[in-house]
Design a protein around this ligand. Sequence first.
Ligand code: NAD
Length: 427
Amino acid sequence: MKTHWINGEWVESASRETFPVINPATEEVVDHVARGHGADVDRAVEAAFAAQRDWKFVPGIEKAERMHEFARRLRDKKEEIAILLTREGGKPLIENRDEVEWVAACFDYYAEIGRDYKGKVIGPVSRHQLNFTVKEPYGVVACIVPWNYPLLLMSWKVAAAVTSGNTVVIKPSEYTPLSTLALAEMLEAFPRGVANIVTGYGPEAGEPLVKHPKVSKIAFTGGVTSGRKIAVMAAEHLKKVSLELSGNDPLIVCDDVDLDVAVRGAVWACYLNMGQVCTSAERIYVFQSVLEKFIEKFVAFTRSLRLGNPLGPDVDLGPMITQAQREKVEAKLEKALQAGAHLLEGGKVPSQFQKGFYYEPTIITNVNHSMEIMRSETFGPIAPIMPVKDIEEAVQLADDSDYGLGASIYTNNMEYALYAMRDLLAE
Ligand code: NAD
């Protein structure tokens, strides 16, 4: 059983409640963790608040040394942490090794950024003035993280916050808290209380954290529904908030590309981490003139993908994160098929696995923008392919969306590329 990590110590929940973390590939319990509530959040925030009084005065050079030390310790344990990420999250091990490396690199990067910049001097308006701005830390920052890249998305928040003199309370996803807790050993590179981890569910542990009067800023990555709730709670308490939310990204394939390159890119964009990436391609628009050839190659390459236990070698795709997420994808596909979409490949739970939340990478055609699958995030391995007559139609359809997270285009035509850069509505 794993507990919260508060003020440099392992701490059970005040309620003593726990919950299980399930391996999505085997459905076995990996471990149990503490189920946090308001009392646990309060303890963590008080520790972070007390630690911030001194941490904000620690010079940049010392902060940087501690950040680099965190990165060194993490690299030493890379394989162990990558295996734990795989067991609780289901991404193939090879990708989790990358994730661990990116986290270390993120801490190394912010270590130096934190030393570099503290504000600026602004030209005076009259002779007697010296005007300058000094960047001050917020105080305690709540870092609320989803399950698909549990450590990477944590690091983008924590490294930036800590290097700027803030302290943090991290609330990992209820599905993937173990790899975050395993970082406690590395977080000992910082003084006690600078970084704290509270585990639990969104409404039980996340909400009290957002509302806590001593939390000044919320950094959140997750779905639109939770993000909207958090924005409302933050507004009620007049708190700063950063939200990184859902997507339904378009990918455009023009008629001038090497289709072998475009197909490999598109397959990767649709199925990486079983489509459970915020910037997964969820709508593919292909110029009519190359549609047939593109589909033929896309189907062939999709068929070559190897599903399997994500800890094993030679595996391209592991399971989805939960049974509920898989059911959501199945329901979405069913609706699209009822509305006239054509199933070209996949669309089933594969028969070779007795356990685990596996799903076949799926391709559908004959789709249009009245279908929900083209309008809301699926977060699963479904690739809908739609023909377009030219670049204008492709961009117009790509932009016909409530989202605007990411977008991709495959072309060698500079005019198309610049047009897409200007007119595609993506962050
Ligand atoms: P989620 O919104 O269900 O949960 C994210 C985190 O918020 C979890 O830690 C959860 O416990 C917590 N939470 C949930 N409700 C809360 C509440 N009311 N108050 C406080 N905390 C709460 O998202 P998820 O299912 O874990 O992740 C998938 C979603 O995340 C997808 O929509 C995906 O697009 C999005 N995402 C976005 C990015 C990005 O950078 N834009 C990156 C990764 C994932």
